[in-house]
Ligand binder design. Structure first.
Ligand SMILES: [Fe+2]
Length: 271
């Protein structure tokens, strides 16, 4: 496979692959290890149908339907529609997601291995997506901070995250409050493929650290969040129609940015 590094810390553009065609075992192995190590694979100029997107996703892992099933694509429960386009007075997908640094599904017991986005319609510029390599950030973290965080765990609240990050989605309902239990993860994410550690501090929520007072925990987590998103660890992707991006939630965290003009993306999530 031909490829090109897109930044010092994150991402590889894969040049000569048509995602409508099945991958062979060697290609799959290469993509999975590269995904773990660089955090992001970029495929340009892909015209991929929903069925082929599910097929490609399933060749890298187990594609499962994700949260917010009201935005699932008809006939393809594994695909989540992200869009601001309105049909019959109703928006056809989720118009805003992920505008703070985060790991997808960090608030769930099982963090999804990877997320795939296919850009189907893009009418204006803007809406870049940024990625930060948590493994590179951990390797360069000042020693004194590294020693103080290496054995910590974080208590993540989806309720708190939703109210903090998406106030426009309205208050969390009693039913959601009941269903969304807090989860505890190690602050350092241990990657299942390459064994590296990543500084898993996305979310921009002042998380609780078991055994630590908020006065101690909040500045520490904030420092780690700021550290992880320093320029040297970040790549900002400028989208084009036909882009398919695959990112590894155990290696990178990511953040969307505001956009205008019609946009439509198809998303899958794999475990
Ligand atoms: Fe996300």
């Amino acid at each position: 496979m031909k490829f090109r590094k897109v930044s010092p810390s994150v991402g590889l553009e894969i040049k000569d692959v048509n995602l409508n065609e099945a991958l062979n075992e060697d290609q799959k192995d290469f993509l999975l290890s590269t995904l773990a190590n660089t955090g992001l694979l970029i495929f340009r100029s892909q015209e991929i149908s929903p069925a082929k997107l599910v097929e490609f996703s399933s060749s890298l892992g187990e594609a499962r339907s994700y949260t917010r099933s009201q935005f699932g694509l008809e006939g393809f429960p594994e695909i989540l529609v992200l869009s601001n386009i309105k049909e019959n007075g109703r928006v056809i997908g989720s118009p805003v997601s992920g505008r703070v640094w985060h790991v997808d599904g960090h608030y769930m017991d099982e963090i999804p291995r990877a997320t795939i986005l296919a850009m189907k319609i893009l009418h204006k510029e803007g809406g870049n997506t940024s990625f930060a390599n948590m493994q590179a950030a951990w390797l360069k973290l000042p020693k004194a901070v590294a020693e103080s965080v290496e054995n910590l765990r974080i208590n993540i609240s989806r309720v708190q995250s939703r109210e903090y990050n998406y106030p426009e989605r309205g208050p969390v309902t009693d039913k959601e409050r009941e269903e969304w239990k807090n989860v505890i993860h190690p602050l350092l994410l241990h990657h299942p493929v390459n064994g590296r550690l990543g500084l898993g501090v996305g979310g921009n929520v002042p998380w609780n650290i078991p055994g630590m007072s908020p006065e101690e925990a909040i500045p520490l987590v904030t420092f780690c969040q700021e550290w992880c998103t320093r320029k040297e660890f970040v790549y900002e992707h400028v989208w084009r129609e036909g882009d398919v991006l695959v990112w590894d939630n155990w290696t990178v965290m990511h953040k969307a940015s505001p956009y205008s003009g019609d946009r439509l993306l198809h998303r899958t999530t794999i475990y």
